[in-house]
Write a protein that binds this ligand. Structure first.
Ligand code: CCH
Length: 287
């Protein structure tokens, strides 16, 4: 594994959190008033989800999303919007590493969208271009349960963590121009809830071929599911977890927080004194 910088000057990450949170609140018109929260969560996930535990390559540490090869991975279409959103934040706080910024963006977004607190640790260090992982490590949404299980196993996650993480699909939407899929998963794409699981179990889903010739599941409320999402109710082991999270938001929040924190730290060895930050939301600070 890689090691974080042992000595860090006292740096106020809550200040960076607040700058990101304020910009999310101010620029609320993005993506037809969904706002930047969901796409920031996706950037945090994709900049971490390249990890391969077989050779300890990829992951959030090096902040390698900033290089063309990774940015232009077809799986990363649309994330340029999150990168552009974060650019002025990086200019304001030039001391933060790219990996810390991309992951902190996701943590801020989850919390500001009323999700659980995510413990977050600092100290990632930008790595050079030759450490950019190959394209193709992020999940292909047209696949089924065994594919999902294998991919998340490569990241070091079991079934419980996998299902919890995919619950982030309560947020945001799919876009024809990015992935070939279209539509939101549920009714409140900028509030962090367990709606993904409730909707997955309770709505009536039909498999359609959309305008781009891509197969997706739709209901009569204008919501959609990816084939990989639907795999979570077709596979009996996954389904049990979906039922648990649909019934109990608190359990989902707790498990999501743990799994998301782990995702953002995959492959990183933090020194013992590097304690996680628990950030206050703007609300909690009366800001
Ligand atoms: Fe995801 N996701 N994701 N996803 N995702 C997409 C959008 C979001 C898969 C495929 C897609 C996670 C797991 C998976 C978000 C968070 C997470 C899109 C549409 C596809 C396709 C992109 C577009 O068209 O703009 C697949 C496959 C998997 C696993 O099997 C995990 C894990 C997370 C976070 C923890 C979020 C948020 C979005 C919405 C982005 C937006 O711009 O609204």
């Amino acid at each position: 594994g890689v090691h974080v910088a042992e000595k860090e000057a006292k740096r106020d990450y809550q200040e960076v959190y607040n700058a990101i949170a304020t910009k999310i609140r101010d620029e609320d018109e993005y993506d037809n008033y969904i706002g930047y929260g969901p796409v920031l969560v996706r950037l945090a996930w994709h900049s971490s989800g390249t990890f391969d535990r077989n050779d300890n390559s990829g992951g959030s540490f090096g902040g390698t999303y900033r290089f063309k090869k990774e940015m232009n991975d077809p799986s990363n279409k649309g994330l340029q919007n999150a990168f552009d959103f974060l650019r002025p934040i990086h200019e304001q706080f030039p001391w933060i590493s790219s990996g810390d910024l991309y992951t902190l963006g996701g943590v801020t977004a989850v919390q500001e969208m009323m999700g659980p607190k995510i413990p977050w640790r600092s100290g990632r260090v930008d790595q050079p271009e030759n450490t950019v992982p190959d394209n193709g490590r992020l999940p292909d949404a047209s696949q089924g349960a065994s594919y999902v299980r294998n991919l998340f196993d490569r990241l070091g996650f079991g079934d419980r963590e996998t299902v919890a993480l995919i619950g982030a699909h309560a947020l945001g939407k799919t876009h024809y121009e990015n992935s070939g899929y279209e539509g939101p998963w549920g009714p409140s794409p900028n509030v962090f809830t367990n709606d993904f699981f409730v909707n997955l179990l309770n709505a009536h889903w039909t498999l359609n071929t959309n305008k781009k010739g891509v197969k997706q599941w739709d209901n009569d409320q204008g919501h959609m599911m990816l084939p990989t999402d639907m795999a979570l109710v077709k596979d009996p082991k996954y389904r049990k977890l979906v039922e648990e999270y649909a019934k109990d938001q608190d359990v989902f929040f707790r498990d999501f927080s743990k799994a998301f924190a782990k995702l953002l730290e995959n492959n990183i060895k933090f020194p013992d004194q590097n304690k996680p930050h628990y950030f206050k939301t703007l609300d909690e600070q009366d800001l």
